[in-house]
Design a protein around this ligand. Structure first.
Ligand code: LMR
Length: 401
């Protein structure tokens, strides 16, 4: 029956973890998938999460189905975290929000909703480059995917002129995907003043902004600071779509906790949008899982746990910033590796877009047992005091060929 089914390629990001697991060399390092590791290279379960789980166990909750759009306390708190306590549409009950299977699920619900109900366009402009999964995800949702310029290889920074030109040339009403903070894979974000210019172009061209916020808190260490773009756009009167993930900032990767939201004109419109979100979710997976939403909700609604969580997010962000500094020192000072490496320090979030080419990435895997995506992206969180020298030395060897 399946004789004509062709073998597909491994996933460009998750496939790396499989290759890493198959490598038994003690020096192996996985810098592929963006998942936080502590100073000992181990997955890290946040103390705030452990304490929330103790509270949940003690409460002896049942295992009944959640409503189609998820745990109401969680979705409320997720919207508060993203939009801010004083957000106007929040206070007007005008944000439609549904729990989702983490960020990917949120993007997928959003893609499906826009494909079905957005009246002005079926085209979404995504940055070049963007998270690899954005492209098949939006195509599978029924949208056409096009690109706007984002990254400038020469400066290893933002191609702001190219970005502005491409958004200005996009057809009126098109959808535009914006990474709210900690752009994946480049680690390059617009400044606040650049965000203001982007907001003006979006208004002028009547584009529809869809924010992907997978790293709130992870970029700067502050959840408020990282929400700047989202809150600024809303304050300027834009209606937005937003995908949120709690995989990275709460370390809830496998629990699949996220939220998708849309700001609407008023409560009546919000109710109609809500009803259509349910119609999208119900035939896909009926209703979302319970446990992770309880964890996130417990943390977001308990002031003490919230404080502890904020400290832990900052701790994770700071460890990554320290690794950036150390890697920069090793490459530019100690090994004097050919090339300019200051971008390692200036990029933010979980990733560094190193500038290594495919051949160099392959050489690192084959010769040094170091795994990363073939676009030269490394997950900074995979580096620690014990492996960073070996990594820098191996990069040095790969660059020198
Ligand atoms: C990544 O980019 O590594 C993460 O967002 C994990 C994933 O699902 O790809």
């Amino acid at each position: 029956t399946w004789s004509a089914v062709p073998a597909g390629p491994p996933d460009p990001i998750l496939g790396i973890s499989e290759a890493f697991k198959a490598d038994k060399d003690p020096r192996r390092i996985n810098l592929g998938v963006g998942a936080y590791r502590d100073e000992n290279g181990k997955p890290y379960v946040l103390n705030a999460v452990k304490k929330a789980e103790e509270k949940i166990t003690a409460a002896k909750l049942d295992k009944e189905y959640l409503p189609i759009t998820g745990l109401a306390g969680f979705t409320n708190n997720a919207a508060k975290l993203a939009y801010g306590a004083n957000s106007v549409p929040r206070n007007q009950n005008a944000i439609a929000v549904t729990q989702s299977i983490s960020g990917t699920g949120a993007l997928r619900i959003g893609g499906a909703f826009l494909a079905r109900h957005y009246p002005h366009s079926k085209t979404i402009y995504v940055p070049s480059p963007t998270w690899g999964n954005h492209i098949p995800l939006f195509k599978d949702s029924g949208l056409e995917v096009k690109f706007y310029r984002y990254f400038d290889k020469k400066t290893v920074g933002l191609d702001f002129e190219g970005l502005k030109e491409d958004l200005k040339n996009a057809p009126e009403g098109a959808i535009v995907l914006l990474h709210a903070c900690a752009h994946n894979p480049t680690g390059v974000d617009p400044t606040q003043s650049q965000w203001k210019d982007i907001s003006d172009i979006v208004a002028e061209k009547k584009l529809f902004p869809f924010f992907d916020m997978a790293y709130q808190g992870f970029a700067s260490g502050s959840t408020d600071y990282d929400a700047f773009a989202v809150r600024y756009f809303v304050s300027q009167g834009h209606q937005i779509a937003l995908s949120q993930s709690f995989a990275k900032n709460m370390g809830l990767y496998g629990e699949r906790v996220g939220a998708f939201s849309l700001t609407t004109a008023d409560e009546e419109e919000r109710k109609r949008v809500d009803s259509q979100l349910k119609i999208i979710v119900r035939p896909m997976y009926s209703n979302p899982p319970l446990h992770g939403a309880h964890i996130a909700n417990t943390i977001l609604s308990d002031p003490e746990l919230y404080k502890e969580w904020e400290g832990e997010v900052k701790g994770m962000a700071d460890r990554i910033i320290n690794m950036r500094e150390r890697l920069y020192q090793l490459l530019s000072k100690e090994f004097q590796t050919p090339g300019e490496w200051s971008h390692v320090k200036s990029q933010i979030g979980m990733f560094s877009f190193t500038g290594l080419n495919t051949e160099q990435c392959k050489a690192l895997a084959e010769k040094a047992h170091i795994y990363m995506t073939m676009d030269g992206r490394i997950s900074m969180a995979g580096l620690n005091g014990s492996n960073i020298e070996y990594f820098a030395q191996s990069v040095d060897a790969a660059v020198r060929g």
